[in-house]
Design a protein. Structure first.
Length: 71
């Protein structure tokens, strides 16, 4: 199977540290298989007003948004 791109990937976690671990694993696996993640299009959304102050992928901070829109 030849996976060129994934349209939407959703990572769910109950704690900010768990989310960062998921993001780290996604980043590691992507690098291992030479897949690129567009950090500009990658967004972070928290439920219940939780602020994720520090989530990184490819050493860049992810933008946190209030709503999800598929573009």
């Amino acid at each position: 199977m030849n996976l060129c791109y994934a349209d939407v990937i959703i990572l769910l976690a109950t704690l900010e540290a768990e989310l960062q671990e998921l993001v780290n694993r996604l980043d590691q696996v992507s690098c291992k298989y030479s897949l690129l993640i567009n950090v500009d299009k990658t967004k972070l959304m928290a439920i219940d007003g939780i602020v994720c102050a520090y989530s990184l992928i490819q050493n860049e901070q992810l933008e946190q948004v209030d709503t999800f829109s598929r573009r």
